[in-house]
Ligand binder design. Structure first.
Ligand code: NCD
Ligand code: ZN
Length: 342
């Protein structure tokens, strides 16, 4: 069996910097025409000038013969100015501003502690149509890790969208039924991205025969009912759900660690993993909308002209890949994937 689709884009991606970035850019560039690049570097990307310099470094890492366009984002801190937002909205390479609640995930310490502090910036973004990309989890240590997305929706997101009803907003990497329902309850200025791991795995995968650090990401995997809700949303044909891998490479030594960090690397097989999830749901005919059409529609960008072909054929993922001075363990390392991008 073979399927052909419009070349897809990745609407949520971590590329890191320097040698790590040079190691992972080719995987994404081989599959996707464009990707929304997350700004959570150390230090974070907080200005248009920094984002443009980072963009240049990414472009230089794209292998010759491949076309790949990085779509840049700014990291929202409490000191980001309205002037910088105006500059970002005018720049053709900047496509969003990322809100990390401080402490919610990898490199989020400079994120937002109090949403009140960023209201003028959000107001300007609403006015100028610059999308807000939200990591939707509360950070209160008293809240159960598995409830952090649903509590964030209740405590922060509802208030935010009531105050800024026209704000273009993406609830990133949704992982719960509550996340799906929330996106569905909004108007078309609100979308949601879904990762391959949250479509394919539930939280049992974290403890499958032992602790599985390579299945740990944030927001963490949830119960089966939530996975089913995500599959239903992704395969529904609703244009407000689109592909965002959240491929988040970390060195093997930092994952296989007494305090292993969050992030799953999936860029080596992203579209194939989505194809598996859609096939399991008998919805391969909906993959193109989710992967290649809904994202550009939301971001107001043209649909890609090229096509890609996927064959139904088994291949085995390498156990690890080079990653600067370390190694990178990919999703499904050493295991079989049933689709192959040609
Ligand atoms: C991401 C990372 O490593 O940068 N990790 C993750 O588990 N998804 C950050 C993020 O998107 O939360
Ligand atoms: Zn992410």
């Amino acid at each position: 069996m073979q399927i052909t689709l419009t070349r897809p884009d990745d609407w949520h991606l971590h590329l890191r910097d320097e040698a790590a970035m040079r190691a992972v850019v080719p995987y994404t560039a081989r599959q996707f025409a464009r990707a929304i690049v997350m700004p959570n570097l150390v230090p974070p990307i907080t200005s248009v000038d920094q984002a443009l310099r980072y963009r240049q470094r990414i472009v230089e890492a794209v292998p010759t013969g491949l076309s790949f366009e990085p779509l840049m984002t700014l990291y929202l801190t409490e000191s980001l100015s309205v002037t910088e937002i105006e500059k970002a909205a005018l720049d053709p390479h900047i496509h969003g501003v990322k809100l990390y609640p401080a402490g919610a995930t990898t490199n989020s310490d400079s994120g937002v502690r109090d949403v009140q502090a960023v209201l003028p910036v959000l107001e300007k973004m609403e006015e100028l149509g610059l999308p807000l990309l939200v990591h939707g989890e509360v950070t209160n240590p008293e809240v159960d890790v598995f409830d952090r997305e649903s509590v964030f929706i209740e405590k922060t997101l509802n208030g935010l969208i009531t105050r800024f009803p026209k704000l273009k907003l993406v609830l990133e990497h949704i992982t719960t039924k509550e996340g799906v329902d929330w996106v569905l309850a909004q108007t078309e200025n609100v979308g949601g991205t879904i990762t391959p791991q949250h479509l394919l795995l539930n939280r049992n995968a974290l403890f499958q025969g032992g602790m599985r650090p390579h299945h740990y990401c944030l927001p963490v995997l949830k119960r089966e009912v939530h996975r089913e809700a995500l599959v239903k949303a992704a395969t529904s044909g609703n244009s407000r759900f689109f592909l965002g891998t959240d491929s988040a490479p970390h060195a093997q030594s930092r994952k296989e660690n007494a305090c292993g960090c969050a992030g799953i690397f999936s860029a080596h097989a992203a579209i194939e993993l989505y194809a598996e999830a859609f096939e399991q749901a008998n919805a391969l005919d909906r993959l193109e909308g989710f992967a290649s059409l809904h994202g550009p529609q939301f971001y107001g960008l043209p649909v890609n002209k090229e096509k890609i072909t996927l064959n139904k054929r088994d291949w085995t993922v390498d156990s690890s890949y080079p990653f600067g001075d370390d190694r990178l363990v990919p999703f499904r390392a050493g295991e079989t994937i049933h689709w192959k991008l040609e």
